[in-house]
Structure formats: C-alpha cells, structure tokens
Design a protein around this ligand. Structure first.
Ligand code: CUA
Length: 158
C-alpha cells in the first residue's frame, strides 16, 4: 500500500504525541502511587519505636494547636498499638499513624476516617469525635495471614 508523504508525517507526529502523553501519565501515576497525599512526612520504618511520637503510642493532650489531642497509632502485622483507647466526646483529635512493616489499612468503622499506612510514611487525619460509643478500627489492606484479625477500638466517652 502506498502511503502519501504527508500522511506519513502526520502518522509519526500522532504516534509521538501519543507516546509522550502515555509516558506523562505513567510518570504521574508512579509518583501518586509512591506518595499518597495524606502521607507527606517520612519516617525510618525500622526506628518507629524510638521515633517521636511513635515511641509513646496512645492519646496525648496538646496545647497551642488547632486540635486538642494527638492520637498516635503504630501498626504492625497483625495489630495496632494501642489495642484499645478512650477518647473524650467532642475532642478535636489529630490521628497520627504509621506502620513498622508492610502496608496496613486504618479504617474506623462508622466514621469517615480511612487511611492507608505505608512503611516509611506518616499518615494523619484530623477529626472530632462527637458521638459516644465504641468504634472498631479495621485493617482494610490485605497484609498477610492475620489480616482479618487486625483490629483496635476507639471508645468515645462522656
Ligand atoms: Cu493489616 Cu491487613
């Protein structure tokens, strides 16, 4: 088949544009995959236990911030530390979490808290607990044999 010279030029031009477009897409997908927007701060996953604030997981009252408490969680296969925590009703809380090993989820059932915990990154979520009750924390990223048993609990009390 005979292809006209100009058709050939347009064909090459079209293919080049497509290739550039695809590589831009690929590159941005790569960066998105490696740095989820909620995980801006980084941490050495092997030194979580000795790195603030993860050296003392749990609830801490803070002053001079937009939130009243910081609720720190350390995830590892297959549990969360703390395994259960009480939070006063109406408290403005910043949840700060990371993982010591593989990717874990951090979903608080019945709330809009849903984070992915990636080794090397710190995930944060600001929220106000304005309903009393028990809220189960579940792992929603498959992380291995004990995945389905990986839970913790937030008790919101008066
Ligand atoms: Cu941790 Cu699934």
């Amino acid at each position: 088949m005979h292809i006209h010279k100009y058709e050939k030029i347009w064909l090459i031009f079209g293919l080049t544009t497509l290739l550039i477009f695809l590589s831009v897409l690929g590159v941005s997908a790569f960066y998105l995959g490696n740095q989820p927007p909620s995980c801006l701060a980084t941490i050495n996953p092997e030194k979580v236990d000795t790195t603030k604030p993860f050296n003392k997981p749990g609830l801490k009252k803070v002053k001079g911030k937009a939130w009243d408490y910081e609720l720190v969680f350390v995830a590892s296969a297959f549990n969360y530390n703390p395994g259960e925590i009480e939070v006063p009703k109406g408290a403005k809380v910043k949840v700060i979490a990371t993982t010591k090993d593989v990717i874990h989820g951090f979903e608080v059932a019945g709330t809009n808290i849903n984070m992915m915990l990636e080794p090397g990154f710190i995930s944060e979520f600001e929220t106000t607990f304005d309903k009393t009750g028990e809220f189960l924390i579940v792992c929603n990223e498959y992380c291995g044999a004990g995945h389905h048993m990986m839970t913790s609990k937030i008790k919101v009390v008066e």
